[in-house]
Design a protein around this ligand. Structure first.
Ligand SMILES: Nc1ncnc2c1ncn2[C@@H]1O[C@H](COP(=O)(O)OP(=O)(O)OP(=O)(O)O)[C@@H](O)[C@H]1O
Length: 700
C-alpha cells in the first residue's frame, strides 16, 4: 500500500517511507515504528516521530543533529508554552528542501479546501487492530499537545497521510470555564475573537463549539505557509474530538529549551529561508485580521519538501473590524511574549506588533540555538523581557542581522519593525538578491480554473453561508479583467491592503444582484441583531448540528441555518403562490439580469436577480440570504435519503403582494422538471469557484 501525505491538492502526492507503507500492523507491534520514544505519559506506547519519517526521506539524514536533539525531547517547561514531548529532530535543510524560487512558483497551487464537519463520528478498531476514525486509520502518535495526542493517520481510500489532533472535551471544557472566568464570554474557546465579536450562545453549543474559533480561523486560510485543516470530527460517545490536518512530515522546525543551546543551528541561508516563509505566512494572517499570538519555533513545522507551516491557532485572535488588532489579552508562551504584554495591567496592545516580536525571538533561536531572554520564573522572565537588553553573540559578523534583530526586538511596539518594513530589510532580502514575492501575490486568494474532476468531486458537507460569499467573491474575481485582478487598479496597488480589496469587492457587490447575497450576509445585524460579519456568520452557521429528518420543521430549518423564522423552509416555499420562472425564461433577454447560484453538491440552483431587477428596497435583505441558507440546509438534510429536488429562488426581493417573495419550482424525486435542466456545467461562464456553491452568469 502506498501512503502519501496531503500536500496541496495541486501538488503531486509524495510516498511515505517504506517502513510505514508496507506495514499494516497494529501499533503495539514496535517493528512498525522507525524510532520509538517514550514520552512522559506515553504509557509505554511507541510514538512515531514525524520528523524521523521526514528525515528518512532525506537523502542525507543529519544523524548528528538527531543525537544532539535527543537532549531536548525531555519535555518543555511552561515558559515555552509547549506540552509536546515528541522527539522531533532538528534536521538541516536537506537537498529536498524547496528554494524560495520554487516556493514562489508553488504559490499558484494553493487551492481553497473546504473543511468538513462530522458530528456523529465513531472510533472503531479495524481488522489490523488499528483505531479507525471514519476513513482515517490512526497509525501512531507523532506528538502531544496540551489537550491530547496528535496521530499520524492514513486515509484508507486515498492512502494520504494526515496529522489528526485529538482533543479531550473535558480538558477543553475546563479551560473554557477558566477563560470564561478570566476573560469573559469573548475569551472562550480556542481561537478567540476580537472585541467586536458577539457572545456565543452557550445554550446552543455543540462540542465543536469548544474549538469553533480555531476552526473558523483555519477555514479562512489558504496559504502554503499555514497548515491546512481538512476536517473536524466529534465522537459523541466519548471524550474525544478530532481535527484532521495536513501532515507536516518533517515535524517541528526546532524545539526550544529554556536551558539548552543547540550545537548546530540554522545557517544564514536557512534562517533567511525560514524567516521569509514566516513573513509570508504572518503577513497573510495579518491581512486577514488574524493575530497568531503564539509564534515560536515549536509552532513552525515542515512539510516533506521543507515548506514551513505555521500551526496552532488555539490562542489566535480574529478581529472583525478591518485593521483592528488591539487586544487586552495576554496569550502565548512567556519566553516569546512581547514586553508590552509582560505586565499584568497592560492596556490594549497591537496584536500585529506582538507577533513581530515573537518572530524576532524565533529568528534569534534559529540563528543562535537559544533564547535571548531566559529566567527561572514567569514573573522574573517578564521583568527581564521588559527591562533587559538581549545580547548578540560576538561571532555574529553580519551587521545586517544585528540591525534586524534589534529592530524586531525593539521594546517599543510603535518603533518596532513592521511586516511591511521587513519586506525590504537588507538581511531578509539578502540585499535584494532574494526578494520576497509581492504582498499582492502573497495575500491574494488564488482563483483557479475548475476541472471536470473538481466539479464531480464531492465536497461532503458545508453548513455555512460563508461558502456562498466565497463563491461569489471568487467568481467576481475570476470574471474581472486580468488587469484589475493583478491589482494595478485603484486600491490594488503594491501597498494595497486586503481591506481595500475587500472594500472594492463590496462596492462591486452593489453593482449586481449576485453580490447582494454578500451584502445581505454582512448586514444581518440589521434584522437579527446578531451576526455582524462573515466571521460571525461562520461562527453562527457552520457548526450547527443538522437534523436528519427529511422534512424538518420551520423552527428546525431556521435553527439549522441560524436565521430568523422570517426565512421560509422549503416546505412552506412550496406552497407560495405565484409564477415560478425557470432559468430558461429568465435567460431569454439579451442582458444578464441575475445569476444562478448552484449548489454543486446537490444540483440545486438558485436564481438571484440583479439589482436592476430588484424593486423593493424596504424588504429585509436578510430574508433572501436566510431563505437560501434555509433552503440549502434543508435540502442537505433531505439529500441523503431523496434525490435533490431542484429549487430556484427568483425575484427574492420583489414586493410580496405583487410578486411572491420567493418563487420556486420543486420537483420531487423522479419527476421530470424543466428545472432539472439547470445542470450547471453547460451554463458556466468564466471561472468557477471550487466550492459547493458556484456562480453562473446567464449564457447569451
Ligand atoms: N500537522 C502536523 N503534522 C505533523 N506533526 C504535527 C502536526 N501538528 C502537530 N504535530 C506534532 O504534534 C505536536 C503537538 O502539536 P500541538 O499543536 O497539539 O501542540 P501544542 O503546541 O501543545 O498545541 P495545543 O496547545 O494546541 O495542544 C507538535 O509539536 C508536532 O510534533
Amino acid at each position: 500500500m502506498e501512503v502519501t501525505h496531503a500536500a496541496d491538492p495541486g501538488l503531486p502526492k509524495q510516498p511515505l517511507p517504506p517502513t510505514i507503507l508496507q506495514d499494516s500492523q497494529p501499533l503495539e507491534d514496535t517493528s512498525v515504528a522507525t524510532t520509538t520514544s517514550y514520552g512522559s505519559d506515553s504509557g509505554g506506547i511507541p510514538q512515531l516521530s514525524s520528523a524521523s519519517f521526514g528525515a528518512m526521506m532525506d537523502s542525507n539524514p543529519p544523524s548528528a543533529l538527531t543525537d544532539t536533539l535527543s537532549s531536548f525531547s525531555s519535555g518543555h517547561s511552561s515558559f515555552l508554552g509547549g506540552s509536546n514531548n515528541n522527539n522531533n529532530s532538528l534536521s538541516t535543510f536537506s537537498s529536498s528542501t524547496s528554494t524560495s524560487a520554487s516556493r514562489r512558483s508553488s504559490m499558484q497551487f494553493v487551492k481553497p479546501v473546504e473543511v468538513r464537519e462530522t458530528l456523529d463520528a465513531s472510533v472503531t478498531e479495524n481488522a489490523d487492530g488499528y483505531r479507525q476514525l471514519k476513513q482515517y486509520i490512526l497509525k501512531g502518535e507523532i506528538g502531544k499537545g496540551a489537550f491530547g495526542k496528535v496521530h499520524l493517520a492514513v486515509d484508507e481510500n486515498t492512502d494520504v497521510g494526515y496529522a489528526v489532533k485529538e482533543f479531550s472535551k473535558s480538558k477543553l471544557r475546563k479551560k473554557d470555564k477558566a477563560n470564561l472566568f478570566k476573560l469573559g464570554p469573548r475569551g472562550r474557546g480556542r481561537g478567540r475573537r476580537g472585541p467586536e465579536a458577539p457572545t456565543p450562545n452557550a445554550s446552543e453549543s455543540s462540542p465543536l463549539d469548544l474549538i469553533r474559533g480555531e476552526i473558523a480561523i483555519l477555514k479562512k486560510l489558504h496559504h502554503p505557509n499555514i497548515v491546512k485543516l481538512y476536517e473536524v470530527l466529534d465522537v459523541a460517545q466519548d471524550d474525544s474530538m478530532y481535527m484532521v490536518f495536513e501532515w507536516c512530515e518533517k515535524g517541528v522546525l526546532m524545539p526550544v529549551s529554556l536551558t539548552e543551546t543547540y550545537e548546530s543551528v540554522f545557517s544564514d541561508e536557512e534562517s533567511r529561508d525560514v524567516f521569509q516563509q514566516m513573513i509570508l505566512g504572518i503577513e497573510y494572517l495579518h491581512e486577514h485580521d488574524i493575530i497568531h499570538r503564539d509564534i515560536k519555533p515549536d509552532n513552525l513545522l515542515r512539510s516533506g519538501d521543507g515548506t514551513v507551516k505555521i500551526v496552532d491557532f488555539g490562542v489566535s485572535e480574529m478581529f472583525n473590524k478591518k485593521g483592528d488588532d488591539l487586544t487586552k489579552k495576554s496569550a502565548g508562551s512567556p519566553a516569546f511574549m512581547a514586553p508590552e504584554l509582560c505586565r499584568h495591567d497592560h492596556g490594549e496592545v497591537s496584536g500585529r506588533a506582538t507577533d513581530v516580536w515573537s518572530m524576532g525571538i524565533t529568528l534569534y533561536c534559529l540563528r543562535y540555538g537559544r533564547l535571548p531572554y531566559v529566567s527561572e520564573s514567569i514573573l522574573e522572565m517578564q521583568r527581564v523581557i521588559r527591562e533587559q537588553d538581549f545580547v548578540i553573540p560576538d561571532e555574529e559578523k553580519d551587521p545586517r542581522f544585528r540591525e534586524l534583530i534589534s529592530r524586531l526586538l525593539e521594546k517599543d511596539p510603535i518603533k518596532r519593525i513592521t511586516i511591511e518594513q521587513l519586506r525590504s530589510d537588507p538581511w531578509v532580502t539578502n540585499n535584494d538578491r532574494d526578494p520576497l514575492i509581492t504582498k499582492e501575490e502573497n495575500t491574494e486568494n488564488v482563483v483557479t480554473e475548475v476541472t471536470e474532476e473538481d466539479l464531480r468531486g464531492a465536497i461532503q458537507r458545508i453548513n455555512s453561508l460563508a461558502t456562498v460569499l466565497k463563491a461569489i467573491t471568487r467568481f467576481k474575481r475570476g470574471m474581472k479583467s486580468p488587469t484589475s485582478r493583478s491589482g494595478s487598479g485603484p486600491g490594488l496597488t503594491g501597498s494595497a491592503s486586503h481591506e481595500a480589496t475587500e472594500m472594492e469587492r463590496m462596492q462591486d457587490a452593489e453593482e449586481d444582484g449576485a453580490n447582494s447575497i454578500a451584502q445581505n450576509f454582512v448586514s444581518t445585524d440589521e434584522t437579527q441583531g446578531e451576526s455582524t460579519s462573515l466571521d460571525d456568520a461562520i461562527m453562527n452557521l457552520s457548526l450547527k448540528p443538522v437534523e436528519t429528518t427529511e422534512q424538518p420543521s420551520q423552527e428546525a430549518a431556521a435553527e439549522v441555518s441560524n436565521v430568523s423564522l422570517d426565512a421560509k423552509p422549503v416546505s412552506e416555499l412550496e406552497s407560495t403562490p405565484g409564477p415560478a420562472p425557470t432559468v430558461e425564461s429568465a435567460n431569454e433577454s439579451d442582458e444578464p439580469e441575475g445569476y444562478q447560484v448552484c449548489d454543486m453538491e446537490t444540483g440545486l440552483c438558485y436564481w438571484v436577480p440583479s439589482s436592476k431587477a430588484r424593486s423593493s428596497p424596504s424588504r429585509s435583505r436578510t430574508s433572501t440570504t436566510s431563505t437560501i441558507a434555509a433552503a440549502a440546509e434543508q435540502n442537505e438534510v433531505g439529500s441523503e435519503s431523496t434525490p435533490a429536488p431542484a429549487i430556484e429562488i427568483v425575484s427574492a426581493e420583489a414586493p410580496a403582494a405583487a410578486t411572491p417573495e420567493v418563487n420556486h419550482s420543486r420537483t420531487e424525486s423522479g419527476s421530470a422538471s424543466p428545472s432539472r435542466s439547470l445542470t450547471p456545467v453547460p451554463r458556466l461562464v468564466g471561472k468557477l469557484s471550487r466550492d459547493r456553491f458556484a456562480m453562473f452568469e446567464k449564457t447569451a
